[in-house]
Write a protein that binds this ligand. Structure first.
Ligand SMILES: *[C@@H]1O[C@H](CO)[C@@H](O)[C@H](O)[C@H]1NC(C)=O
Ligand SMILES: *[C@@H]1O[C@H](CO)[C@@H](O)[C@H](O)[C@H]1NC(C)=O
Length: 186
């Protein structure tokens, strides 16, 4: 009897389809605990995002020119690999990079579509990412954009960011923006 049971146990663990006939191996429900998903917590991160368009080593590169002659640059797309630092100074500690793109998505005012991953290198967050997708009306004092997910320590992340321009150099186009990230994660 015991050996029959053991046999069945072995078979069912080697062939999960036999064990859970209904789902055909396509989907099954899982216990959250073994995945380390114990208690959802709210974290607040603050750092500075540097969009460098001038000089010999820009961090933002225009990859698509606007298709029409609008004052908002509607249609332009810039690829970014922007440094994220602890303090407003670019020379302060690098905590990660914002990798992705922004595109001019509004015809009547300056409104960017932001699609970026914050790829952290700081401490235990090294290798974890937060994904942001949202609308950035760059002349507004505070721009809010959704956090739509993440990886590593930010699996199942959700939340929002608030962006505030810290400095903008009209001559060069370089910008430093303060980002406050409010994120629920495990
Ligand atoms: C684009 O706009 C500028 C400024 O309004 C104007 O001088 C120029 O002729 C326009 N170019 C085209 C191709 O329409
Ligand atoms: C982050 O992780 C990478 C890859 O594991 C490692 O090479 C790097 O030294 C780490 N950086 C920091 C700041 O710990």
């Amino acid at each position: 009897m015991a050996s029959q049971f053991l046999f069945f146990f072995l078979i069912s663990s080697f062939f999960p389809v036999l064990a859970t006939r209904e789902d055909q191996g396509f989907v099954r429900s899982l216990d959250q605990k073994p995945l380390g998903l114990k208690k959802e917590k709210l974290s607040h991160f603050r750092f500075y995002w540097h969009d460098i368009v001038s000089g010999r080593n820009p961090s933002a590169v225009l990859v698509v020119l606007p298709s029409s002659n609008t004052s908002t640059g509607f249609g332009l797309v810039s690829m970014i690999d922007d440094p994220l630092t602890l303090k407003p100074s670019l020379n302060s500690r690098l905590v990660g990079r914002a990798q992705g793109l922004y595109a001019s998505a509004a015809q009547k005012e300056l409104g960017l579509l932001m699609v970026m991953n914050f790829a952290f290198i700081e401490g235990k967050y090294n290798g974890s990412t937060i994904s942001v997708l949202g609308r950035n009306a760059v002349f507004s004092a505070v721009r809010e954009m959704p956090v739509i997910g993440g990886s590593g320590l930010f699996r199942f992340a959700r939340g929002y960011v608030q962006a505030r321009t810290h400095t903008f150099d009209i001559k060069t186009g370089d910008a430093t923006v303060e980002y406050n990230v409010y994120v629920l994660h495990y």
